[in-house]
Design a protein around this ligand. Structure first.
Ligand SMILES: *Cc1c(COP(=O)(O)O)cnc(C)c1O
Length: 368
């Protein structure tokens, strides 16, 4: 039986193993462990790729959101509106700065429902943080308009958005700051945890640079309260190498997404993501290929029996649905979505035949 794992983690390393061994040996032999040249080089290359003034390498994506909120001055009692269809890290970063996450519903596009966001604004609302989900950048006009009308800071959780664009503008560049995660399964995946923050604001960049290094400035003088939020130099070296191939990896994902779309679009039991190029305003990277499926649980089981790995994003639970966290929200679309959403295998390690096999099995499940 053919096997299509959801993500082939060993292959991330093995496909270019000899190169990585040389690269790692070079960095480690120089003893270049913390905040060395590779971090600086990676930050420059990343800033150039995204088209921003500053990129700051950080320990992980959650750290990037946390430091973005701190640099934005979000603190005790401040409310931050988020889409409930996001990773819990979006909310936990808000809690970590002393703020209160306010999750709102999403739309069929799976992005924040801006009308629901408008209804959630109170006198305590300080910021709005859209999640650029699944490698798509939402149509930002209405959200930016709402933020401007209500004096709200915009920070993007673009941890899934690296390389995706709306009207030719990269995810992460629409607000005061944007965030990226280099978790292994992300489009730019490290061999462990890593992340980055991007901004065009000199003050934010300086504050985040200091905060990630215990509050120290370039002379080692402590200028503010900080934390250890640094990216490892070794990871920066690996990511610097992988960044060269990011556009190729994205192109591969878009090809596979097109195949999924063409082979599945006639199935009435499914709602699919937008086909690549179907809307010229959006450039999607397909960080994830998230479908909405009738009889989702049975479908997932059936695919598993045929060697196909799938995943329910966030374990199938929206942020407002964890009873222990008490983040209530009136989010009917997301409530229904949580019963139907499913991630199909999607990454640049897959072959076209893998995807054709997945489509064939989905079709046979629905008797098509
Ligand atoms: C991956 C991810 C994060 C956090 O990333 P880490 O690097 O794992 O901390 C935050 N938000 C979203 C939407 C993500 O997908």
């Amino acid at each position: 039986m053919r096997k299509v794992p959801f993500f082939n983690y060993p292959e991330l390393y093995l496909r270019d193993k000899n190169h990585y061994i040389k690269l790692i040996d070079g960095v480690l032999s120089r003893g270049a462990f913390i905040l060395q040249k590779e971090v600086e080089d990676f930050e420059h290359q990343l800033a150039e790729y995204v088209g921003v003034k500053h990129a700051v390498g950080l320990a992980d994506g959650t750290m990037a959101i946390y430091l973005a909120l701190r640099a934005a001055g979000i603190g005790h009692g401040d409310e931050v509106i988020v889409s409930t269809h996001t990773f819990i890290a979006t909310c936990s970063a808000i809690v970590a700065v002393g703020g209160k996450p306010v999750p709102v519903d999403c739309t069929e596009e799976l992005m924040m429902d801006v009308n629901a966001a408008a209804r959630a604004i109170t006198s305590a609302t300080k910021a709005i943080m859209p999640t650029q989900l699944n490698g798509r950048t939402m149509a930002m006009e209405s959200l930016l308009g709402l933020a401007a009308d209500n004096n709200l800071i915009v920070v993007e959780d673009s941890c899934q958005g690296l390389g995706s664009k709306y009207k030719n503008k990269m995810a992460g560049t629409f607000g005061l700051a944007g965030t990226y995660s280099f978790y292994p399964a992300k489009v730019l995946g490290a061999f462990g945890d890593a992340g980055a923050l991007v901004t065009n604001d000199d003050g934010v960049a300086m504050a985040v640079r200091q905060m990630r290094d215990h509050g120290r400035d370039e002379h080692g003088i402590v200028r503010r309260w900080g934390i250890n939020g640094r990216i490892d130099n070794l990871h920066a070296a690996i990511l610097l190498h992988k960044l060269k191939y990011l556009d190729l990896a994205i192109a591969k994902r878009r090809e596979l997404a097109e195949t999924y779309h063409d082979k599945l679009v006639d199935l009435e039991s499914l709602i699919l993501p937008q086909k690549p190029n179907s809307d010229p305003a959006h450039f999607d990277t397909f960080q994830n290929y998230e479908i909405q499926a009738k009889r989702r649980d049975e479908l997932q089981e059936y695919l598993k029996e045929h060697g196909i790995g799938t995943l329910r994003q966030w374990g199938g639970v929206m942020t407002h649905q964890f009873p222990d966290l008490g983040l209530e929200s009136d989010a009917p679309y997301a409530d229904n979505l949580s019963k139907q959403m499913l991630l199909l295998p999607m990454n640049d390690l897959l072959s076209a035949d893998d995807v054709l096999y997945v489509c064939e099995k989905i079709r046979s499940f629905y008797g098509a």
